[in-house]
Design a protein around this ligand. Structure first.
Ligand code: ASP
Ligand code: MG
Length: 450
């Protein structure tokens, strides 16, 4: 029988009473389940800080604090969980002695919150009379590309492993957030349990993936900034992928890709307003459709910087972009996007990669490039919706709404994807721009409220 993959995030694991909420949800399903679980709320940050401050960490004090958190959560002591929590003790002490944290230790420790959650949840569900077993990525073989602190899953190898492992009609609880590369744990980037869930769904040909959150699915924009936002009921894979790629925090940026490949539907629920499986907040599927407003959501990211390669001919001479891209790529800098013109090539990168890129580009010798400059302190705003490029006048509405607020647009790109128009503004104008576009397409207050 086809399985359903469920995922509960850290925001669903704040209080002890959250366990009974999860139980109520789990009881609604009739088919076999794979439940992917994140670390308890805040635990990943605790672990990250522990490795960061390893020199001064009171290892036993830290572990006993963690274990008491789990006991409180579960409402009782549980010896296997104590053993699990203390599994990182030797690693922490060893690391403290050598005074340096190797990448594989970092990823192992940081992923430990998930390994503790899966055991805790399995124990709880069993106690409540449900039959679940725990399965770890190291057991079932979720294999990655080996990139520490931001790995991608090798779907081909993992699919073979998982098909075999999960072939029985049983229920499983699985820790999210990491996979294995040559017997080493590699984490999948912050928020990576969503991505674990969709990769597992891909590998076992799941019927569907249901992600539980504490927010009402995808929104028309970020509710922390824009007032009057609404849930977006339906998105196609491209729209959801673009929104998460361009900053919507609801979903890990790579999570859509595996389910898109197999057309597995993805449902997002707010656990706090959950009524039934039939009522998700957002449904993500292959159905392409155009809404009246065309734009379905507006997201943004501040994690962006531009490298500008200037020269009177750079846009015309073949091979320059290829050289730039491969040189940056070989040194591990990911290029988010590229916009070229006759006299400049603009490469969008993560703001975390600026220093590294500066070192690389200072060594680059390209005859046609007269100047290389960096733009930081900028934000990327993406308006996403099927039809955005085809429907006459939509881009004009976006940019006239923004310009009415006297916001200067630094750079525009449309056409890189069928469903997105994005542009760059100075970060201090980002809020104004978001409100202006949201007001234009969804109504509500457009102006800054002080
Ligand atoms: N616990 C990890 C994080 O906080 C992974 C996740 O929540 O999906 O990033
Ligand atoms: Mg999380």
């Amino acid at each position: 029988m086809d399985k359903t993959v469920l995922k509960f995030g850290g925001s669903n694991l704040r209080l002890r009473s959250d366990l009974s909420t999860i139980l109520q949800v789990v009881r609604m399903y009739n088919e076999p389940l794979v439940i992917v679980v994140s670390a308890l709320n805040g635990v990943t940050n605790l672990l990250i800080n522990a490795v960061k401050n390893i020199g001064t960490l009171d290892v036993d004090g830290f572990l006993s604090h963690l274990y008491s958190m789990y006991c409180e959560f579960l409402g009782e002591e549980f010896a296997p969980l104590k053993e699990r929590v203390y599994q990182i003790r030797n690693m922490l002490i060893g690391t403290q002695l050598i005074g340096e944290v190797p990448d594989f230790v970092h990823d192992y420790v940081v992923s430990h919150g998930e390994r503790c959650s899966s055991l805790l949840l399995k124990q709880y569900l069993n106690k409540m009379g449900l039959n679940f077993e725990e399965a770890l990525p190291e057991q079932f073989g979720l294999v990655t590309d080996g990139k520490f602190n931001g790995a991608s899953v090798d779907l081909t190898t993992s699919e073979k492993n998982l098909k075999e492992y999960f072939k029985k009609d049983r229920n499983y609880v699985v820790p999210g957030f990491y996979g294995m590369y040559e017997n080493k744990v590699t984490i999948l980037g912050r928020g990576g349990s969503d991505y674990s869930a969709t990769c597992i769904a891909y590998c076992i040909d799941a019927k569907r993936v249901d992600l539980y959150k504490d927010v009402s699915g995808f929104m028309t924009s970020d509710p922390k900034i824009v007032t009057g936002v609404k849930s977006v009921e339906k998105l196609n894979y491209d729209e959801a992928a673009e929104l998460s790629y361009f900053g919507a925090k609801i979903l890990h940026h790579a999570a859509v890709d595996p389910v898109r490949k197999k057309k597995i539907p993805l449902y997002v629920y707010n656990i706090n307003s959950f009524t039934s499986i039939e009522n998700p907040d957002t449904i993500i599927s292959s159905d392409a459709f155009v809404t009246e407003s065309i734009v379905k959501s507006i997201s943004f990211t501040d994690d962006v910087a531009i490298i500008q390669f200037k020269g009177s001919n750079v846009g015309r001479v073949p091979g320059i972009l290829g050289f730039i891209a491969s040189t940056l790529g070989n040194e591990g800098v990911n290029i988010k996007s590229v916009v070229t013109a006759q006299t400049s090539i603009n490469v969008l990168i993560s703001s975390h990669d600026v220093e590294r890129s500066q070192r690389i580009t200072s060594r680059m010798k390209i005859a046609e490039v007269e100047d290389i400059c960096y733009k930081t302190g900028i934000s990327l705003i993406a308006a996403v919706g099927d039809g955005i490029l085809k429907r006459h006048g939509v881009a004009a509405r976006i940019f006239s709404a923004v310009s009415k607020q006297c916001v200067n647009v630094e750079m525009i790109s449309a056409g890189a994807s069928d469903v997105t128009t994005y542009f760059i503004v100075n970060s201090e104008d980002r809020e104004k721009a978001l409100k202006a576009i949201h007001g234009e397409f969804f109504g509500g207050d457009v102006f800054e409220r002080h």
